[in-house]
Design a protein around this ligand. Structure first.
Ligand code: NIG
Ligand code: FE
Length: 389
């Protein structure tokens, strides 16, 4: 997946030399430098890709929202359910009631699906606690997954996800709490790799998000944004203004927003699972992203409300079928561009010397199969920092 090296950056009859968990050489087997290998694994003619990167998930949460799924199938909209006190805040109640061990155990079941689809790095957001204790608990669970569950984890603090019920009458107080109290506390505990927010009329305004982003900047933390998902709320422009790592969803982003993203190097994270589950009809401006050179990533958005999707290869299929990405663009979106959306381009996302040896080995004949099958088991093996896992 190294850029500019022909389709998929593919190397025929290749070899990867791994030393101390890092890639020491990647290229044609004929060019393999002299070395003494402690171990040699034959891939048997299989395809090897960078380990897949799921750069937008809400993997840690209590309960599920299959009841709301039934309501939506009966005609209710996502916004109506949220305004009636359901939606995100119903998951908040279930998450507050769950112990750290409960949250860890249920997240591991979903993580198993992601790992079986070749994922070696997963981003995990908070945002179903919306009070100090529970936000920190979610982030601790995310860190524990990174330490114990055979996957690389990046955390995002998503305190501005919804206004919790106890602050419905005074949202300003909640924004103060999320910005001035919970974020610094989580950061002081080393729990925050990036700061995210949900910018939407049913969630938070650009002015509220700007307050959060100013605080993130003061703490030296990168930002990203749920932008323009259900309406054009100027989210992409805001992401550009703060040089965010990514603007995510972006179905309703206009050309001005796309330009702002391009100028600031903001990646577009496409979330086709949420588009499917909400039966959306406005697709993200993929052609504009291409012409303006905005990098597109693809992620599952695994969450109980809008995207109960626990397979990265399923997300690739949905991105191609619904958004008309090419399979090569989709795979770049799950590797190289997803690394950029997490600020990890120097470490992961391609198979090249100097990067971590995070690899996925596939039982496929052609790489397009990764986006072609829907729900088929394609993975042969995963390597995390050179270790089979
Ligand atoms: O990415 N858009 C906001 N956040 C989630 C949905 C969260 C929920 O409904 O629980 C998303 O789609
Ligand atoms: Fe999300």
């Amino acid at each position: 997946m190294v850029e500019g090296q022909g389709p998929y950056g593919a190397i025929d009859d290749g070899a990867v030399l791994i030393r101390d968990g890092d890639i020491a050489f990647a290229g044609p087997r004929a060019d393999l430098p002299d070395h003494e290998a402690a171990q040699t694994d034959q891939m048997g003619g299989r395809w090897v890709t960078p380990g897949l990167i799921d750069c937008h998930t809400h993997l840690v949460f209590g309960g599920n929202r299959s009841g709301e799924f039934e309501q939506r199938l009966g005609g209710a909209t996502y916004e109506q359910i949220a305004q009636a006190g359901g939606g995100i805040v119903s998951t908040v109640a279930a998450t507050r009631a769950a112990s750290e061990d409960d949250l860890y155990a249920s997240a591991l079941r979903r993580l198993a699906g992601l790992k079986a689809s070749g994922v070696t790095t997963v981003e995990i957001k908070s945002g179903y606690g919306l009070d100090r204790d529970t936000e920190l608990r979610m982030l601790r669970v995310a860190r524990r997954i990174g330490h114990e569950a055979g996957v690389r984890v990046r955390t995002s603090y998503l305190g501005l996800h919804a206004v919790p019920p106890e602050h419905r009458a005074d949202r300003v107080t909640y924004v103060d709490l999320a910005v001035d109290d919970i974020l610094p506390a989580a950061h002081a505990e080393g729990l925050v790799d990036a700061v995210d927010a949900y910018c939407e009329p049913i969630a938070f305004s650009t002015a509220e998000v700007a307050r959060l982003f100013d605080r993130a900047a003061a703490l030296g933390l990168p930002v990203k944004l749920h932008a323009d998902q259900l309406s054009d709320g100027g989210g992409a422009a805001l992401a550009g203004r703060y040089r965010a790592l990514s603007a995510d969803h972006v179905e309703h982003t206009t050309e001005a927003g796309v330009r702002a993203m391009a100028e600031a190097g903001v990646a577009a994270v496409l979330l086709p699972g949420a588009y499917l589950m909400l039966r959306e009809t406005t697709v993200p401006p993929v052609e504009l992203f291409r012409t303006h050179g905005v990098r597109m990533a693809v992620a599952t958005d695994c969450n109980p409300g809008t995207s109960p999707v626990a397979s990265m290869t399923a997300a690739l299929n949905l991105a191609c079928v619904q958004f008309r990405l090419t399979p090569e663009e989709a795979l770049a979106g799950a590797t190289r561009n997803a690394a950029q959306a997490l600020g990890l381009s120097d470490r992961i996302g391609t198979i090249e010397a100097g990067k971590r040896a995070d690899l996925a080995v596939w039982d496929i004949q052609r790489p397009a199969e990764l986006a072609y099958w829907l729900g088929a088991p394609l993975l042969h093996a995963r390597y995390l920092r050179g270790q089979p896992s």
